[in-house]
Design a protein around this ligand. Structure first.
Ligand SMILES: Nc1ncnc2c1ncn2[C@@H]1O[C@H](COP(=O)(O)OP(=O)(O)OP(=O)(O)O)[C@@H](O)[C@H]1O
Ligand SMILES: [Mg+2]
Length: 291
């Protein structure tokens, strides 16, 4: 399968006018959690803003089919989403909206489910649409839905990095473990990054990471790295009410400072090499896993 994808990618390179493929690899990061309501959308949005402020070109894809969370969190009025691209009514660039600090957003919503059920022709179209963006992006962040729905699995498999958000409550810990278990046992993903959210302190977040990582590494064939801790922060709650990311609303709040630190960490992660570093690889993978 890997070879097929590599071949497809080479063919695409061959068909692309010289110059337009001269792009850097794109970091593709899926944000997942198992349990809902633990902070995935806030993490995606604020990590996106922080990375953007630090000079990265960031695109955030709202891959939660349930509610158009990202739009609401950013107070964006969106008219179009991925389904309009699939219908051929809009180009991908036309549905992308600009959020705060230059963060770009794809309001995926109802388009996401359909993406796994496309015909080969439609696939080719959307892959080309994404490849147009290649040279214009450094990071693609994907805010996934809660649980272990097919789409969550697809996005996690296609991404290079999976950030698992967890809070210090039994249901969140159990569900994060269950998600990591399914992704590792059934889909051979073996590397995860953990983010402790709504923690009492950084030390508590770190402890939570150590506890969960130990259990995962003992019973599953995985390695879990610590991304960081976001403390419970009333400023973040207020920011959500105001529909502004806390990194913009209160840039000096504890939460905002944690997101800035994490964005620095993300930039220190190994740069994806070879075909896996290209956006087309992500999209091709997404379709493969949907079948
Ligand atoms: N660090 C934090 N401090 C205080 N409150 C927080 C923090 N992170 C998240 N919250 C609260 O939790 C709520 C849910 O967060 P968010 O919508 O980001 O979670 P989610 O995992 O995306 O939820 P869903 O599973 O429904 O998509 C926020 O509206 C906010 O009130
Ligand atoms: Mg959400």
């Amino acid at each position: 399968m890997l070879n097929d994808q590599a071949a497809g990618l080479r063919a695409m390179h061959a068909n692309t006018p010289k110059g337009s493929m001269e792009n850097k690899p794109v970091r593709v990061i899926a944000v997942a959690s198992g349990k809902g309501g633990v902070g995935k959308t806030n993490v995606s949005v604020n990590l996106g803003v922080a990375l953007s402020k630090q000079g990265n070109r960031v695109l955030l894809m709202d891959a939660d089919m349930g509610l158009a969370n990202v739009d609401i969190m950013l107070g964006l009025q969106t008219k179009y989403n991925l389904s309009h691209v699939l219908d051929g009514e809009k180009t991908l660039k036309e549905v992308i909206v600009e959020g705060p600090a230059g963060l770009k957003v794809i309001p995926a919503a109802s388009g996401v489910k359909r993406m796994a059920q496309l015909s080969a022709m439609e696939n080719a179209g959307i892959i080309n649409a994404f490849s147009e963006l290649s040279g214009e992006l450094d990071v693609l962040l994907i805010d996934t839905a809660a649980g272990i729905a097919d789409s969550v699995v697809s996005f996690c498999r296609a991404a290079q990095e999976v950030v698992v958000v967890v809070t210090d409550e039994p249901a969140s810990i159990t569900d994060a473990y269950a998600l990591i278990k399914v992704l590792s046992k059934d889909y051979q993903l073996n590397k995860f990054r953990l983010l402790a959210n709504m923690s009492r302190s950084t030390a508590h977040g770190r402890q939570l990471y150590e506890k969960l990582a130990k259990v995962c590494e003992q019973f599953l064939d995985v390695s879990i790295d610590y991304l960081g801790t976001v403390p419970f922060d009333h400023d973040l709650r207020e920011a959500v009410q105001k529909q502004v990311p806390v990194t913009v609303y209160r840039p000096n709040s504890e939460a905002a400072r944690s997101f800035n630190l994490m964005a620095k960490q993300v930039q220190g992660w190994p740069i994806p090499r070879g075909v896996t570093g290209y956006l087309q690889f992500f999209v091709e993978n997404l379709f493969q896993s949907g079948h």
